[in-house]
Design a protein around this ligand. Structure first.
Ligand SMILES: [Zn+2]
Length: 157
């Protein structure tokens, strides 16, 4: 049988004879990645599936009241990490909406620059996002870690 290259780990594997177009090897991490990728794609393109998943989660929460409160109480580190990441997601959404709706910020002339969101207090960072963060255009950072206080850097197209 023909050998194939796994999409995720890039190792050679022999596809199942029942599923010759198998894209990933049968290692559990690769199968998990394949399922996650497939589910995210379906969520992105299928509104009915997305609604079913939302309803299912809503029904589960209704049947298990207080689960998430107990979870947060039992795992404060995890809860804090989730809060931080949610703030970053919210900020990213706000910046995307701002970039799409704000004609004051000429993004077309900023190609090659970076959009920096964080606690920058420079004079050039005039535009506040309403959450203590600022938005400014800056030169790209070196490949090392961004300066402290910067939450998100987005390259402009
Ligand atoms: Zn693999």
């Amino acid at each position: 049988m023909d050998q194939r290259c796994c999409r995720f780990c890039h190792r050679q594997f022999e596809p199942s004879r029942f599923h010759p177009e198998q894209p990933a090897c049968s290692d559990p991490p690769c199968q998990q990645q394949r399922r996650t990728q497939s589910r995210n794609l379906k969520l992105a393109v299928d509104t009915e599936y997305r609604q079913i998943c939302r309803d299912s989660a809503r029904k589960w929460r209704a049947n298990n009241p207080g689960y998430w409160k107990r979870y947060r109480d039992a795992k404060p580190d995890s809860a804090q990490r989730n809060r931080t990441r949610q703030r970053q997601r919210d900020l990213r959404q706000r910046v995307a909406a701002l970039a799409n709706n704000n004609s004051a910020l000429d993004l077309k002339s900023s190609v090659g620059s970076s959009l920096v969101v964080g606690s920058c207090r420079r004079r050039s960072c005039q535009q506040q996002l309403g959450c203590g963060a600022s938005l400014c255009l800056a030169k790209p950072y070196p490949k090392t870690a961004p300066p402290r206080g910067i939450l998100q850097t987005t390259s402009l197209w």
